[in-house]
Ligand binder design. Structure first.
Ligand SMILES: [Zn+2]
Ligand SMILES: [Zn+2]
Length: 133
């Protein structure tokens, strides 16, 4: 009954941490290094998830629902268009270069540290938006 088995000061072992991070972006609102242009991307300050690079707008196919990092594909996602959001602002349309899935992600133009590149969004907004699913 009273067998306290090795619960001494050695218990804390960093190596025992389960390997749950299956992608370099991590979970939720972490910073990451852009795999397209190499920019070190900082987390957003305003609560939403940073899921694309502010400099080149490329993203990665890691979310099933934005922020959950539950998608196993992990392919790079190319920005293929933008559309005005009904709530104001812009949504960027990304297409995965590996599996072809498309995702709509809110542009983060107003982030005070690393806002999205407006020139790129503007250029994308002039492209005809292809809607294939
Ligand atoms: Zn980038
Ligand atoms: Zn994909």
């Amino acid at each position: 009954m009273n067998r306290s088995r090795d619960q001494g000061p050695h218990r804390r072992s960093q190596e025992e941490e389960p390997h749950r991070r299956r992608n370099p972006i991590g979970r939720g609102n972490d910073g990451f290094v852009c795999e397209h242009c190499g920019l070190e991307v900082l987390p957003l300050l305003q609560g939403s998830y940073r899921n694309h690079c502010p400099a080149c707008l490329w993203s990665r196919h890691v979310d099933v629902v934005p922020g959950d990092r539950a998608e196993a594909c992990g392919g790079l996602m190319e920005p293929v268009g933008v559309k005005g959001s009904s709530a104001g602002g812009w949504d960027i349309v990304h297409r995965c270069v590996r599996c072809g899935a498309t995702r709509v992600n809110r542009a983060a133009l107003d982030d005070p540290r690393q806002g999205d590149a407006w020139e790129l969004i503007e250029a994308l907004s002039r492209l005809p938006l292809r809607r294939d699913s």
